[in-house]
Design a protein around this ligand. Structure first.
Ligand SMILES: [Zn+2]
Length: 255
């Protein structure tokens, strides 16, 4: 079910076993070839695919599109929330629904910069409401194998406006891809030290990271279908209830 299309009376009678699905994206530079809204468009499409697959088990909210994108702000047009504001938005959605009995929440993310604050937001909520189920993942976690098998460029994982992301956009929104501007960019060797936090103007020339010139709509379809299937399975498992194991006291030894 899509929250935005329901009335409050529809919501009142919903099962409280549904998982509230909150997609998170961004509006930030994606190199010369992909639009600023790329992460939000992909996260929305994956989340809608999940909702279509198991509509009775999911309550899909609109995508929270203002991401934690401070590392892209050197490129004009990128918009960012500071971390507290960003986490506050997620907490506000959850805390609006908790008093009405909803207790399962899942943030499905489309932007790497949101990963840490999503985790922090969920941990804060779990501390406040220990009985609730709070979970989060990037859609990219569900299609890692499809990405590794599908990509033809030197990088076999998801980066930024890369072969995988450009392929997803060629599949989902081909009219928004500047095909003549597809570009390979980004550091080609690991940085010599592990610790530093880098902004994208420091590690790329024009904002993308990866081998977007290898992108194709066909690869995008493969990756997209894997992401929807994996995320659907994840949400279905939470909706139907799962059991944590390993907490029972060890059997008395017969010694
Ligand atoms: Zn992206």
């Amino acid at each position: 079910m899509k929250l935005a299309e329901l009335t409050w009376m529809d919501v009142e009678v919903l099962s409280r076993d549904v998982v509230v699905l909150i997609p998170t994206g961004s509006l930030e530079q994606h190199g010369p070839h992909l639009p600023l809204f790329t992460d939000s468009l992909i996260a929305t499409a994956v989340a809608q695919g999940v909702e279509q697959a198991i509509p009775e088990q999911v309550l899909l909210t609109p995508t929270l599109w203002l991401g934690a994108s401070g590392h892209h702000l050197k490129f004009p047009g990128s918009l960012s929330a500071d971390f507290d504001t960003y986490m506050g938005a997620i907490g506000s959605v959850v805390q609006s629904l908790l008093p009405h009995g909803f207790r399962r929440f899942y943030v499905l993310n489309g932007h790497g910069g949101n990963t840490s604050p999503n985790d922090m937001a969920m941990r804060k909520l779990k501390a406040l409401y220990p009985e609730g189920t709070f979970a989060h993942s990037g859609y990219f976690a569900f299609c890692e194998q499809a990405i590794a098998h599908t990509l033809e460029g030197p990088l076999k994982g998801m980066r930024h406006a890369c072969e995988a992301e450009a392929s997803l956009m060629l599949h989902l929104h081909p009219n928004l891809v500047r095909k003549e501007k597809l570009r390979d960019d980004g550091l080609i060797a690991e940085p010599p030290v592990k610790g530093p936090v880098h902004h994208f103007d420091e590690i790329t020339e024009q904002g993308s990271f990866g081998y977007a010139t290898f992108a194709s709509a066909e690869k995008g379809r493969t990756i997209f279908e894997a992401a929807v299937a994996g995320a659907t399975e994840e949400l279905r498992t939470i909706a139907t209830g799962y059991v944590l194991r390993g907490l029972e006291p060890a059997q008395e030894s017969t010694r």
